[in-house]
Design a protein. Structure first.
Length: 275
């Protein structure tokens, strides 16, 4: 399971090569309207086509792996000669975590014995930058996370992947276990809106995750946070976590940071333990 959002110049810019017929018709019409004769326009367009297409690779079967969601995981399976199913999931900034939750569910259900799950976000292009700017989500200066002056985020690039197995299988095979995922869950805000997160949506994911894990959120003192850097997003995230812990145990000590949705509950294996 590979998390994917199909962003970046490598997926979108290459499609500009395929738009040449439209560009050619538009430029040809403009040239003729400005008094160019057809022979002169044809010569200019031939030269323009070469320079226009030069930055972009030719379209072939590999192009699909970079621009068509359903071929990305398939190409990974081909490369490593994996025999199981391969597919992508897209949950925006939670895509990689969603792929882990999807894999964990399949492992728990016995549908597979090992899973490669992860995500990639490479080369943010103008579509995202302009889009986020128009929604007021981009920081106008320094990005400040969980700060009273949070005013937006700066997008970045990265990739990561995990090999997931059931704990008993990993121990039986002598695999090195880095961490245990004891619970996971997914939720949405319903009618809350894409750019207006709701505390109730966060709380729902937390409740589901800890119910699956078998222990309460009040027993946890440290959380890895999402941290959008937006005033509303950060405040909602912190309020949901604090509210969930207070509801579970009003005497629970203060927590550190906050989780995102989908939520995974993870406990690290102590040093020297088996596996």
């Amino acid at each position: 399971m590979i998390g994917n959002s199909l962003t970046g110049e490598f997926s979108r810019a290459n499609t500009l090569r395929l738009r040449w017929p439209y560009v050619r018709r538009t430029v040809a019409s403009a040239l003729l309207d400005h008094g160019w004769d057809e022979e002169e326009a044809e010569g200019f367009l031939a030269t323009l086509e070469t320079s226009y297409k030069a930055p972009f690779p030719r379209i072939d079967e590999d192009t699909l792996a970079g621009g068509l969601s359903n071929t990305i995981a398939g190409r990974v399976c081909n490369h490593f000669d994996l025999g199981g199913g391969g597919y992508t999931v897209d949950g925006a900034c939670s895509s990689s975590l969603l792929s882990v939750a999807t894999a964990a569910t399949a492992l728990a259900d016995g549908d597979l014995d090992a899973a490669l799950a992860g995500g990639v976000d490479l080369s943010i292009d103008p579509f995202e930058v302009i889009g986020f700017a128009k929604t007021g989500a981009l920081a106008t200066g320094e990005m400040k996370v969980y700060d009273k002056d949070s005013n937006g985020f700066w997008p970045g690039e990265g990739s990561g992947a995990l090999v997931l197995m059931r704990e008993e299988d990993a121990i039986a095979q002598g695999r090195r276990v880095h961490a245990l995922i004891t619970g996971w869950a997914v939720s949405s805000d319903g009618r809350g809106g894409i750019t207006r997160p709701e505390e109730s949506g966060h709380r729902l994911a937390l409740e589901r995750a800890y119910a699956r894990a078998g222990y309460g959120i009040e027993t946890i003192g440290y959380f890895e946070g999402h941290g959008t850097g937006t005033a509303l997003g950060d405040a909602t995230e912190l309020a949901a976590l604090s509210g969930a812990r207070t509801s579970a145990d009003p005497t629970a000590p203060p927590q550190r940071s906050a989780p995102s949705r989908p939520t995974s509950v993870t406990r690290r294996r102590p040093p020297g333990s088996p596996g």
